[in-house]
Design a protein around this ligand. Structure first.
Ligand SMILES: Cc1ncc(COP(=O)(O)O)c(C=O)c1O
Length: 407
């Protein structure tokens, strides 16, 4: 097959790697599904925001704080535009996808009653399982699990068959962090709505590679983390339709989320401030906006096509190696999971590391999925805008070395 052409760079050096200081030593970094490397423009924006521009937001009467507030709220607008939200007030800044899902479970979820049902899928990340189990323990709701197809996508027919009038929420990953399987969000939203359920989409692995249109998708909640989208850690997004957000009670109390406080009674600020108690991650939001600007200069369509070509190259090469088992659909987003008979994925990861290739080995915070796949762990290569076909070649060379070592 033809090698995927590198994503063109503004520097004209033929690929995007030179935009990323973390890769200056020639590292073949194939663990972007865990966290992405940061481009220099993001690191610079963070350094400026913590340096000459630094001040608090929303409270200061001095000019620098007013400027910082404008930048913080401009970051919210950047996120809103990125996902096509109707208004920036639908964008709540949180620590990450995990916190976003916990927020929904602890605020919206508290209106659920014993006997209500939540429908998940078998490929969910623990952060889209455990918050619902905690809610189940508090409220007595039931959890249903949609199975996967033979090629490890969410079985959407089976999911539809599991919907009942008691189903109040469907919560699924847009893109699997283990398999790269892409869910048909629009179809699942329509199915969920047909029984009066809401749809929460875990967009952690979609945000860095698939254009999100929250309005067209039909989702009711959409969550993602900044650090997988080339932005900083500690910042993420909960988007919810404004009518839903407006009806949700706060889940954490403190400064910034109130209108008035007396010892007798407190009134709360409207969304999104109602859900942002305490001093926010000001610099994180600004860094996330810089990351979105960076991604927009390339285009998610270009990034996705580039990564899919690398995933195809990896799959075709791995298939040539004896005893390799591949998981997930052929037409996955840029994430490939595999196993080698008789070799623990940790050993694969360690040997690859010796040749400067970083993959992830383990259960990827998806233990129920490992049970479905029939393995305790997988090796996972995940691609990003800065990877090239040379990285895949190095992965395949490393895998041949693994097979030699293990005979
Ligand atoms: C699909 C998916 N959901 C949720 C998460 C949790 O993200 P975070 O740890 O940034 O909150 C991850 C991170 O690996 C993920 O890949």
């Amino acid at each position: 097959m033809p090698s995927p052409s590198p994503v063109p760079s503004r520097s004209g050096r033929g690929d995007r790697r030179s935009d990323f200081p973390g890769l200056a030593d020639g590292w073949a970094y194939l663990d972007s599904a865990a966290t992405a490397q940061k481009p220099g423009v993001v690191i610079d924006a963070i350094a400026r925001a913590y340096g000459p521009e630094y001040a608090t937001v929303h409270r200061g009467v001095y000019a620098r704080s007013a400027t910082m507030t404008e930048r913080f709220e401009a970051a919210r607008q950047t996120v809103a535009t990125f996902i096509n939200a109707r208004s920036p007030s639908e964008v709540v800044f949180v620590r990450g996808a995990t916190e976003a899902i916990n927020l929904v479970a602890n605020s919206w979820g508290n209106s659920l009653e014993a006997g209500d049902r939540i429908l998940l899928s078998a490929l969910e990340h623990h952060s889209n399982i455990v918050p619902w189990q905690l809610l189940r323990d508090r409220t007595g709701i039931e959890i249903d699990v949609a199975p996967l197809t033979a090629d490890h996508r969410i079985d959407e027919d089976a999911l539809e068959a599991l919907l009942t009038p008691r189903t109040k929420l469907v919560a699924i990953a847009h893109v699997s962090n283990v398999l790269g399987s892409v869910a048909d969000v629009t179809r699942i939203a329509a199915a969920a709505h047909s029984v009066g359920a809401r749809l929460l989409v875990d967009g952690c692995q979609a945000a860095p590679r698939i254009a999100i249109d929250v309005q067209a998708s039909g989702a009711d909640f959409y969550v993602f983390s900044g650090h997988k989208l080339y932005g900083p850690t500690g910042i993420g997004v909960l988007w919810a339709r404004s009518d839903i957000l407006d009806a949700m009670p706060p889940w954490q109390g403190g400064g910034s989320m109130i209108e008035t406080v007396t010892f007798e009674r407190t009134t709360y600020a409207p969304a999104p401030q109602r859900f942002e108690a305490g001093t926010p991650h000001i610099v994180g939001a600004i860094g996330l906006a810089a990351a979105i600007d960076y991604v927009n200069t390339i285009g998610l369509g270009t990034i996705d096509a580039h990564e899919r070509a690398l995933a195809t190259q990896a799959r075709e090469g791995l298939r040539q190696i004896n005893s390799v088992r591949l998981f997930g659909p052929e037409n996955s987003a840029g994430i490939v999971s595999f196993a080698l008979d008789g070799v623990h994925p940790h050993d694969i990861g360690t040997i690859l590391d010796e040749s400067g290739v970083a993959i992830r080995a383990g259960h990827h915070c998806a233990q129920p999925l490992m049970t479905v796949l029939g393995v305790p762990a997988t090796a996972r290569a995940s691609f990003a805008v800065y990877n090239g076909s040379d990285d895949v070649d190095r992965l395949l060379d490393g895998m041949r070395r693994v097979t030699r070592i293990f005979g």
